[in-house]
Ligand binder design. Structure first.
Ligand SMILES: C[S@@+](CC[C@H](N)C(=O)[O-])C[C@H]1O[C@@H](n2cnc3c(N)ncnc32)[C@H](O)[C@@H]1O
Length: 256
């Protein structure tokens, strides 16, 4: 063994170490562990960072979901109860009164639906067209209104009701949940006659966004009005309301 080629003698074991070889091995191990470290970091970032961000957005920040699955029907109802003052305004704007026949599209868990049922009384009736069966079940469990007919139906699909002469159609805070606003509006058009008042109310994107859906999920009034006019409705009244809402009162244009 040529001692000159060895830089270190191990006193304990009586043998020489090839220092450059050891250095290469140590360097390799270090590189490996750095590589492993970075690998673990990447996996760690995925497991501990990206996934939790999605979960945090979904569960803590409660990312807006069109089907409201981020809230639950009880929470949606609580939020409706906080905005109950809107209903008396809507009733006065659309002329909902004792004996009216009303079609409420997308009532959700039905806090407002309940109120409409009381306003029209036993001489009137309310048809509730709601696409979520869970929302209807929630309404039926929490209310007992004999003059409400619940129908589980997607209002984007043509709907044939046997009830004609609908006085008022309400469409409040529904359209930003819809896949096709135009399809809903077209169906509303076929369900209404020249006397039907159609009340649309929505969260306004031109506000601070202190309540309701994120500003980016809201429909600007100008955009909604163009859709409405293209379907053959006339806007008879419009305005702003509390809780960052705007409303539009529509009538079907008489056919020429
Ligand atoms: C935020 S809630 C609004 C409830 C109530 N109208 C209000 O003003 O608070 C929206 C409801 O519309 C329903 N909805 C959305 N799109 C619908 C559609 N195409 N047909 C029927 N219901 C629909 C949803 O299932 C949900 O219950």
């Amino acid at each position: 063994m040529d001692k000159k080629n060895y830089d270190h003698f191990d006193l304990n074991n009586g043998c020489y170490f090839d220092l450059p070889f050891v250095q290469t091995q140590v360097q390799g191990a270090l590189d490996n562990s750095i590589f492993n470290y970075f690998n673990s970091c990447i996996i760690g970032v995925y497991l501990l960072h990206i996934k939790p961000i999605r979960l945090v957005k979904r569960w803590v920040i409660m990312e807006f979901q069109k089907d409201l699955s981020h809230l639950g029907w009880e929470e949606v109802r609580n939020r409706q109860l906080q905005r109950m003052s809107l209903v008396s305004e809507w009733a006065s704007i659309a002329g909902i009164k004792e004996g009216s026949t009303l079609l409420d599209i997308g009532p959700g868990p039905g806090a407002f639906l309940n109120e409409y049922a009381s306003l029209v009384g036993t001489n009137g009736k309310v048809i509730a067209l709601e696409k979520s069966k869970e929302a209807i079940d929630y309404f039926l469990k929490t209310s007992n209104q004999p003059n409400v007919i619940t129908v589980c139906w997607n209002a984007e699909q043509p709907y044939n009701t046997e009830i004609h002469d609908i006085d008022v159609i309400t469409l409040t805070d529904v359209l930003h949940h819809a896949e096709s606003i135009l399809d809903i509006l077209k169906n509303v058009r076929t369900l209404s006659n020249v006397k039907t008042r159609i009340l649309i109310s929505k969260f306004d994107p031109e506000t601070q966004g202190a309540f309701g859906p994120p500003l980016t999920s809201r429909i600007p009034i100008s955009q909604l009005k163009s859709a409405i006019l293209s379907i053959g409705f006339e806007v008879c009244r419009e305005g702003k309301q509390d809780f960052e809402h705007y409303y539009l009162l529509l009538k079907t244009e008489p056919s020429t």
